[in-house]
Design a protein around this ligand. Structure first.
Ligand code: PLP
Length: 467
């Protein structure tokens, strides 16, 4: 692995970096960027990375407490992953995955995923990332019922504050109100239940009461739409981008039971919670007692080294789909040019081998509680409303002391905390009034202490500004 502390930054091409920033401002429309700010301050150009650290074009080093975008799990600069990519690219970079053609990496990876997945999940439909996997799972649920002569069973239940991706359908499934301005959404068949997050530190009711409310609401919504019209329920076990929201104890299993009762498929979106972030390859079964009909995975599947996603499908679904395909058109018309790209699949195979060899999940189970405990000490600070999380996903929620939630003032505060963290060499992710953290899974206790120390000092500086 590259040791970033030892890398030397060449400043001789500094002017190139300035012209790069200018070209970026002129030509690149960044994903999820603030259009009013874009181009004014100039982008942060990250140009090197090693271990849990990245360096910008000016040679400043940052501890990456976001893990890229929840995806960097094994750390940057892993030779073994780079080698797996290079070797596959040399041998056979690409061939179409359509129809009856496959590649060795895609087949081997599917076999490994079937081995790791819970329940009777044995079939893998590869995609190009998380959004395309979620979208494919919804289409699979539609196909499943339509092929059995029930095409009217196509409605989908999702939740407020969910995040399922950036395509038209997956954004429609997502439930973050702030993202909806000026965009159009699918409202005819997507329905949002309440955000299920339960934080015992700030809630005024017990976990049992909250659970009852959520289940009553779900039951009522199913009755309103009609179970005969609902294909599936999609849920992140812990809502990640929505603010690291953990439902009350027992929610996941109870919602699965409701789905079973009403013949509604359960899709578990483990794009963030899977591949080690909660200490298991898939958190669904081990942590939440779930045997979902489909699981979505992406991000940590390749440790962020390649774009890849997958829908993991139970035998019940895949057998029914195969058996009920119409004789005159037996084609499952879903997939992408780069579904199960051989280079991405070879990377994922090497990633799983490293995770198993180094017992990365065991490491997360060991350092995860320490990470959360250390962060929770920050609740002492007056601008911190609450700190919540689970293993290596966490969030610090700010308030001004007057009001909690995403008020303009609180959002500005979180931005300021982020700015002070950056100045001190730490990257966190500001979202509304939250600072979200999801460090690489290989993070050590020493680096956790560093994250907490820098974040604590940034919170103190932001508190001073309020005076
Ligand atoms: N599902 C969840 C839970 C996510 O957090 C994300 C992305 O953050 C997605 C789906 C979409 O994944 P991608 O950005 O790879 O399309």
């Amino acid at each position: 692995m590259v040791n970033l502390a030892e890398t030397v930054v060449d400043h001789s091409n500094r002017r190139d970096h300035q012209s790069l920033i200018a070209a970026d401002a002129r030509h690149v429309l960044h994903p999820w960027a603030d259009l009013s700010a874009l181009g004014q301050a100039g982008s942060l150009v990250i140009s090197e990375a090693g271990g849990v650290r990245v360096k910008d074009a000016d040679g400043r080093s940052y501890l990456d407490a976001i893990g890229g975008m929840w995806c960097m799990t094994l750390g940057y600069g892993r030779e073994e992953l780079a080698e797996a990519m290079a070797e596959q690219a040399r041998q056979m970079a690409y061939y179409t995955p359509f129809g009856d053609i496959t590649s060795e990496p895609a087949t081997r990876l599917a076999e490994m995923l079937a081995e790791l997945a819970p329940g009777d999940i044995n079939r893998v439909h590869f995609t190009t990332g998380g959004s395309t996997a979620v979208e494919s799972a919804i289409r699979t649920a539609h196909y499943f019922f339509a092929a059995q002569g029930r095409p009217e069973k196509f409605h989908v239940l999702s939740r407020i504050n969910a995040y399922h991706g950036g395509t038209y359908l997956t954004q429609s499934l997502s439930g973050k109100a702030a993202d909806r301005t000026h965009f159009h959404y699918e409202a005819d068949f997507v329905h949002h239940l309440s955000s299920p997050g339960y934080d015992p530190d700030i809630s005024e009711i017990s976990a049992e009461e909250r659970l009852r409310q959520l289940l009553d609401e779900m039951e009522a919504e199913i009755a309103r739409i009609g179970a005969e019209n609902i294909a599936c329920f999609i849920a992140e076990p812990i809502l990640a981008s929505g603010g690291v929201l953990t439902p009350p104890e027992g929610y996941q299993k109870a919602t699965l039971d409701l789905c079973r009762k009403h013949d509604i498929l359960y899709i578990s979106d483990e794009v963030v919670t899977g591949f080690g972030r909660l200490g298991h390859f898939f958190a669904s079964e081990v942590r939440f007692g779930l045997a979902p009909d489909m699981i979505i995975t992406a991000k940590g599947l390749t440790s962020g080294y390649q774009p890849l996603g997958a829908v993991l499908i139970s035998d019940r679904i895949s057998d029914a789909i195969s058996a009920a395909a119409p004789k005159d058109k037996p084609v499952f018309s879903n997939g992408f040019t780069y579904s199960g790209h051989p280079v991405a699949c070879a990377t994922a195979i090497a990633n799983i081998e490293i995770m198993q060899r180094e017992d990365i999940c065991g490491h997360v189970r060991e350092v995860g509680p320490y990470f959360i405990d250390r962060l929770r000490a920050l609740t002492d600070k007056s601008i911190v409303y609450t700190v919540r999380g689970d293993h290596l996903m966490a969030c610090v929620e700010c308030w001004t002391g007057e009001e909690a939630g995403p008020t303009a003032r609180n959002m500005a505060l979180a931005q300021r905390v982020d700015q002070y963290c950056q100045e001190a060499g730490l990257l966190v992710r500001p979202y509304e009034n939250l600072c979200i953290l999801s460090p690489p899974l290989v993070i050590t206790r020493e680096d956790i202490d560093r994250i907490v120390a820098i974040l604590g000092a940034a919170l103190d500086r932001a508190t001073q500004d309020l005076r």
